[in-house]
Write a protein that binds this ligand. Sequence first.
Ligand SMILES: *[C@@H]1O[C@H](CO)[C@@H](O)[C@H](O)[C@H]1NC(C)=O
Ligand SMILES: *[C@@H]1O[C@H](CO)[C@@H](O)[C@H](O)[C@H]1NC(C)=O
Length: 285
Amino acid sequence: MRAALALLALYSSLACATPAPAYPGFKLLWSDSFSGAAGDTPDQKKWNIITDVQTNGEVQNYSKSNKNLQISGGDTVQLVPFKSPKGTWTSARIESKEAFTPPQGKLTMFEAAIRFGDTPAVNKQGIWPAFWLLGDAVHHGTPWPRCGELDIMETVNGLPAAYGTTHCGNGEQGGPCNEPIGRGAAVPLLDYGWHTWTLQIDRTNASGDWKDEVIRWLVDGNVFHQIRGSDIGDQGIWGTLVHSPMFIILNVAVGGNWPGAPNSLTADGYGSMMEVEYVAVYTSS
Ligand SMILES: *[C@@H]1O[C@H](CO)[C@@H](O)[C@H](O)[C@H]1NC(C)=O
Ligand SMILES: *[C@@H]1O[C@H](CO)[C@@H](O)[C@H](O)[C@H]1NC(C)=O
């Protein structure tokens, strides 16, 4: 028993990162499972570390400091908001270097396993973690929301709900994605522990018609929201969401239009972090 335990301990200290799960019928296109030593920076062959973005009225400045962004040493990455003695906030945001275009006839999945720090909601006013996709067209002059945005998981203020949302359209109020709110749905989030968040882009309908393609949002394998091409009703706009390259974003914002500003009770540090075990992209074989 003792020998077996010792062996197990040795194995886990040598083991490489928790791999993204294998799903029968799918091939893994891309993944990161955040191996490395505590305090390391995430793999910069895979990720851009963002410092120059501040949107939605947010108050944080994104930082490269390993105080805000680090490999944990336990095969995860941690995005950690901090408040300076002057009351200014820093946090972290990373974006995949690669962008992925869901192929015709395939089911493509974007997935991450995520948990949150255990500071209670009363001390999380303004904390806004997210796992989402943005159309690569935004890097080439196409403005938001025309570039397309698919929010796989967002949660604000430590509340017991998470949201999956689509942003799209030509910048008009309303439109097919109900801007500026977006078109989305909530799912209960009853604890801050590990959950798997998946976005499926399903282009497998035998009709081959874009109106029969489906975007689905899942938590722990259960669908909580879906949108069909026919719901959007505009082939060009649907194409910005489903037929175009999208890159992956992980971030923890502080403040902003949706959660509102942090307050004097808002706690910084690991208790308000987002921790991610793996991010993976799959497509049906
Ligand atoms: C945060 O960013 C703003 C706007 O870019 C800048 O003016 C400010 O000095 C930054 N604050 C800190 C604490 O770095
Ligand atoms: C394919 O699309 C048709 C037409 O909308 C629909 O009736 C059918 O249920 C879809 N098939 C699948 C497998 O979803």
